[in-house]
Design a protein around this ligand. Structure first.
Ligand code: NAD
Length: 355
């Protein structure tokens, strides 16, 4: 199925309002999820709605919760998300941190206890919109681990995303690196399973710790494990994201002494920097233009596959999907109809919105 973004957003909005979210919350969460689909990250798009509804029914996700500023300490702002929608509380925390960075030049945001914050790049985009640089580290707790440590054979930590956003130049687009530290996000494995596809080799271990391309190993018990990017180096980044997001925010790490209720909680540490406080913006812009030009002039290894900057694949996807619609596989659509029902909407009502 190909669904127009506005229609998909409407479907998500009515489902979330059926779960008690205010119209404003439903609109913002739906916008975030559809934006993840538009940018090509189906793993963090509307396919998350079924999990959110189930978790909310377990009372582990609290609709209509705003972020709490726990400590206002100069350039350091500590927030608690109160298990509210991450798309809301992380956005609110970022808003305040960006405002503070405009005063102080740099601000550190510590956000604990947000329900799934979704596509972290969205918060990088928030910083970019304000002309800021941002750096984000998150960990994932309150559910079982997914990723094997380097040299290990079973899962011990989450897909711990890292994001870095830097405003572009006069000729170049903004640069947005936004990645899981696992080779693939779990949602991408779910999407592959729903489509009946295999995953790339060297991505997964089965329950015995052997390499496999079968996505179902992540959804059977005992579960397999995702592999981290870049062997010991990617593992090192994931390890440090766990420390920065789990320890420094006070939220806690995935170690088993901390309770796991089977929801998805993200803690995030973010640094927002006003680049104008570091130097001349005109020079920075022209330097970025020259640097990106230089990188992109590297001859293609495969014809038709030019060098890209981080953030380009998302722009390419968005242009294509705004024109052609967002692909939703049958399994995901079936799950969405199912949770719509749980929130009081019939399949006919949902299908009427989609048309
Ligand atoms: P990905 O592998 O598709 O892309 C990662 C990054 O690489 C992106 O910044 C992209 O622009 C860049 N990129 C891709 N191809 C490129 C190329 N040829 N040249 C230059 N740059 C290129 O993304 P992912 O690692 O699967 O992550 C998907 C999403 O999942 C992200 O939005 C991330 O924030 C999100 N995520 C969230 C959580 C959470 O707990 N909330 C956990 C893990 C991941």
């Amino acid at each position: 199925m190909l669904i127009a973004p506005e229609k998909l957003q409407k479907v998500v909005e009515v489902i979330l309002m059926g779960g008690g979210s205010s119209a404003e919350e439903a609109e913002l969460v739906a916008w975030h999820l559809v934006r993840a689909n538009l940018t090509g990250h189906d793993s963090h798009g509307v396919g998350m709605v079924p999990a959110y509804v189930v978790i909310q029914h377990m009372d582990l996700l609290k609709p209509n919760t705003s972020v709490t500023l726990v400590k206002d300490d100069g350039a350091i702002l500590r927030f608690d998300g109160g298990r509210g929608y991450g798309q809301i509380v992380a956005r609110q925390a970022m808003e305040q941190t960006i405002a503070r960075a405009k005063e102080t030049g740099v601000a550190l945001m510590s956000l604990a206890n947000a329900h799934h914050i979704g596509r972290v790049g969205t918060y990088g985009e928030q910083a970019l919109k304000a002309g800021m640089v941002s750096i984000h580290f998150a960990n994932v707790v309150d559910h079982s681990p997914l990723v094997a440590p380097h040299r290990g054979t079973d899962s011990r930590f989450g897909t711990n995303p890292i994001c870095i956003a830097v405003p572009g130049g006069d000729k170049t687009d903004d640069i947005l690196l936004d990645m899981a530290t696992s080779k693939v996000a779990l949602g991408k494995v779910r999407v592959a399973m729903n489509k009946g596809e295999e995953v790339e080799p060297d991505t997964l271990l089965d329950k015995t710790g052997q390499p496999t391309t079968d996505p179902s190993v992540m959804f059977d018990e005992p579960r397999g494990a995702l592999l981290a990017i870049g062997a010991h180096k990617g593992y090192g980044l994931a390890f440090m994201a766990e420390v920065l997001a789990g320890v420094l925010t006070g939220g806690g790490t995935i170690q088993p002494g901390n309770e796991r209720h089977n929801s998805i909680i993200n803690h995030m540490l973010a640094i927002v920097i006003d680049p104008t406080r570091l130097g001349d913006r005109d020079w920075m812009r022209s330097e970025i233009d020259a640097m990106v030009d230089y990188f992109k002039a590297s001859p293609e290894q495969v014809a038709g596959e030019p060098v890209l900057s981080p953030g380009d694949p998302e722009r390419i996807s968005e242009a294509e999907r705004r024109t052609n619609g967002i692909p939703i596989d049958d399994t995901t659509w079936g799950e969405i109809l199912e949770v719509a029902k749980a929130n009081g909407l019939s399949a006919e009502q949902v299908e009427e919105i989609v048309g």
